[in-house]
Write a protein that binds this ligand. Structure first.
Ligand code: NAP
Length: 295
């Protein structure tokens, strides 16, 4: 098989559009579909063909790449698309979804003769645009040569975790990783809110931790978005962070552990969204500490 593939990208939001552009740059043929067509259209200038429906997008695909909001959305879109896909085509699923949804997707793939890969990604807008994501992948060893050039185009590396995509081993690792990301995001917001309330210059706090074990680049990156009002365009939106925090708490509960920090983070994201920050970067969870819309 040649190294170039026909790839159908379903979902051209923050992540999907960067991934589609890197697929095109690597020489793959891209069919893009997005619910709001206007968001897919700029990809035509890079060489993508924009499809009117998910079914049209997947018709001649070697690989279908889903990068949608959540598991429910993926199932809805793929129930429409899968009957039109070529039997034997690969489905690489990169949306951050719940564990049960991934199991259902594997079942849907089986029904339609698709080879399912559970393939969530680490990295945000900038790594997606630079083709520097980390792909966490689970799926059958036989046939990996079909999806490998696709993962190589969107990512800096692929970590293969398991041959069993239905067990969602890659998504399990993704949820564990995101629990750390979301806890750190909530902590950044709270440290800035407390500093403001106590009339402490946040720079004093940054200076105290700088270079020590409590410092992290992520603290400075997210604090900068809040302090310098750079919350749009988002790298990872508040509404998406809320969805992930809920997936994490649900997965924990189903497996018998209680996560208080993730639950509180979900509440902070929900409150910030209700205050009008849903489409801003998740660093805007900072505003959940205040009553007014803009603190
Ligand atoms: P995004 O920009 O909000 O894109 C979401 C996509 O889902 C859009 O294409 C949107 O279509 C589509 N969508 C939402 N609801 C839909 C529905 N009911 N039917 C059909 N399409 C629907 O989000 P993103 O940041 O790219 O994230 C995409 C996925 O990647 C999420 O699962 C997220 O958790 C995960 N992820 C994100 C990051 C990140 O840093 N941003 C990193 C790793 C993983 P419209 O354009 O029509 O709304």
């Amino acid at each position: 098989m040649t190294e170039t593939r026909t790839v159908s990208v379903l979902g051209t939001g923050i992540m999907g559009s960067g991934m589609a552009r890197n697929l095109l740059k690597a020489g793959h043929t891209v069919r893009a579909w997005n619910r709001t067509r206007a968001k897919a259209e700029p990809l035509a200038a890079d060489g993508a063909r924009i499809a009117d429906s998910p079914a049209e997008a997947v018709r001649d695909a070697d690989v279908v790449l889903t990068m949608l909001y959540d598991g429910g959305t993926v199932l809805e879109v793929m129930r429409e698309a899968a009957p039109a896909a070529r039997s034997g085509a690969a489905w690489a699923q990169s949306t951050t979804a719940g564990l049960e949804s991934v199991g259902e997707m594997a079942g849907l793939a089986r029904e339609h003769g698709l080879v399912f890969y559970d393939a969530p990604v680490l990295g945000t807008r900038q790594p997606a645009e630079a083709g520097q994501l980390i792909v966490l992948a689970a799926g059958p060893a036989e046939g990996r040569d079909v999806v490998t050039p696709v993962f190589d185009a969107v990512g800096a590396r692929t970590t293969w975790i398991s041959q069993d995509s239905a067990a969602a081993a890659a998504t399990r690792l993704k949820l564990v990783t995101n629990s750390w990301v979301l806890a750190a995001t909530a902590a950044v917001g709270e440290v800035l809110a407390l500093a403001k309330a106590l009339d402490v210059d946040p720079e004093g706090f940054f200076d105290l931790v700088r270079g020590g074990p409590l410092d992290m680049g992520y603290l400075h990156a997210k604090a900068d978005l809040v302090l310098n009002d750079r919350l749009t365009p988002p790298s990872f939106a508040v509404k998406t962070a809320e969805k992930d925090a809920r997936l994490i708490t649900e997965a924990a509960e189903r497996h018998g552990v209680r996560l208080d920090v993730a639950r509180a983070a979900a509440e902070r994201f929900a409150r910030a969204a209700a205050q009008g920050h849903a489409d801003e970067d998740m660093a805007a969870a900072y505003f959940a500490s205040f009553d007014e819309k803009r603190a």
